[in-house]
Design a protein around this ligand. Structure first.
Ligand code: FMN
Length: 381
């Protein structure tokens, strides 16, 4: 199977599975507990149908949106994800370059493997810095100052991860950072020598957003330890209000689900909330973002921008979310598995297919602009 055989998300997933050691594939593909939330994230879109209008003469389609003051050519962006150079040796470099090619925003995780400075220097499209809240307040300030100095446009605080989710696939495969593999896991790495060769012959694995500030024990501290020991589970609205003030620019919360939390985010000056359950990787049994979207938009949509992510694998999923009032839609595994399958060309092909689907389906819907979509063109089953 080659990249040109990939025509949708499922094909990329198959190719990534062939190329990656099983612990890494399962780290990306897996979710918390029974993975019911992950499954619902995608299934939710099927409970709503699109109602097209005909004979509207749609020639050109404008897919651009403006979110948090950033103009994007597409209504989708690459949501921040950890450890990308583990999935493909070009990691964040590939994702940022592909996002720039399509004129959209890319997120860089606190657990990213390329520095926010390098990516900001090389690429023009808006960059998000995804941030976790540490016990050490001075560290939080230092990391925000660093992001500001780098020229990052948007600060995104992830609020659904005050403790790590229960990823049982990782327990079975022995996945951890740094690698502590059980015998089955090691065998998997041996079975995928091309990945192994690329991994050892490219730049050494690093977490540059953290390395400067946090002692990851020279590689002996695990990500699990980072979550339990460094992050602050007591983080509250007052803490975040202070951060919003300090940042003084577009600031959003990722992982909000309740309408009252969206209103509270507006009260403390956030520019946006992202409805998200972290791709089902945190609280299994959590509502899906799409199921929650209409209620949150109705409650808070006139006071704060509402975005969403989770389970998006098709252009029609995006059109349904935009119709319900999402200002933009985040992609996670949709671009990560193509990254793992084929690096930058993989991400570009995935974004290209998404753009084609969006354009074609907007025409079929009889809509020329994103703003022409509304709940009126949806029917609940
Ligand atoms: C492998 C992987 C790593 C992720 N790392 C982060 C992270 O470091 N910070 C964060 O806020 N979200 C992280 N996410 C969540 C994504 O930003 C996004 O919310 C989620 O993937 C959306 O669901 P989807 O994968 O079904 O599109 C990660 C997701 C995956 C799959």
């Amino acid at each position: 199977m080659r990249l040109t055989d990939c025509h949708n998300f499922h094909d990329f997933r198959t190719l990534a599975r062939k190329r990656l050691p099983s612990p890494i594939y399962n780290y990306i593909d897996g979710a918390a507990d029974d993975e019911t939330t992950k499954a619902r994230n995608t299934a939710a879109f099927d409970d709503v149908d699109l109602v097209p209008n005909v004979l509207r003469g749609v020639q050109d389609v404008d897919l651009s949106v403006t979110v948090m003051g950033q103009k994007l050519d597409l209504p989708v962006y690459c949501s921040p994800t950890a450890l990308q150079r583990l999935f493909h040796h070009d990691g964040e470099r590939a994702v940022a370059a592909a996002a720039e090619k399509f004129g959209t925003m890319f997120g860089v995780s606190s657990l990213g493997t390329v520095s926010i400075e390098e990516l900001r220097r090389k690429h023009k499209t808006p960059q998000v810095y995804q941030f976790y809240f540490h016990r050490d307040r001075a560290l939080n300030r230092a990391m925000m100052d660093r992001a500001k100095a780098a020229g990052v446009e948007v600060m995104m605080l992830t609020v659904d991860s005050i403790t790590g989710g229960n990823r049982e696939r990782d327990k079975r495969t022995g996945f951890s950072i740094p690698f502590r593999l059980n015998a089955r896991g090691i065998a998997q790495f041996v079975l995928k020598p091309a990945w192994g060769l690329n991994y050892v012959t490219h730049e050494k694995f690093a977490l540059p957003q953290l390395d400067e500030h946090v002692d990851m024990g020279g590689g002996t501290a695990s990500i699990g330890q980072y979550f339990t020991e460094m992050l602050d589970p007591t983080m509250n609205w007052d803490d975040v209000a202070e951060m919003v003030q300090q940042w003084g620019g577009p600031f959003c919360l990722k992982g909000v689900m309740a309408p009252e939390d969206a209103l509270r985010a507006a009260d403390i000056g956030c520019s946006a909330v992202i409805l998200s359950n972290h791709g089902g990787r945190q609280l299994d049994g959590s509502v899906s973002a799409f199921d929650q979207l209409a209620e949150v938009v109705q409650a808070a949509g006139d006071r704060i921008e509402v975005l969403m992510d989770g389970g998006v694998t098709r252009g029609t999923h995006v059109l349904k979310a935009l119709s319900l009032g999402a200002k933009a839609v985040g992609l996670g595994r949709y671009y990560l598995l193509p990254l793992a399958a084929a690096g930058q060309p993989g991400v570009e092909r995935a974004l290209g297919l998404m753009k084609d689907e969006l354009t074609r389906n907007m025409r079929l819907m009889g809509r020329a602009r994103v703003a022409d979509l509304s709940p009126d063109n949806l029917r609940m089953r």
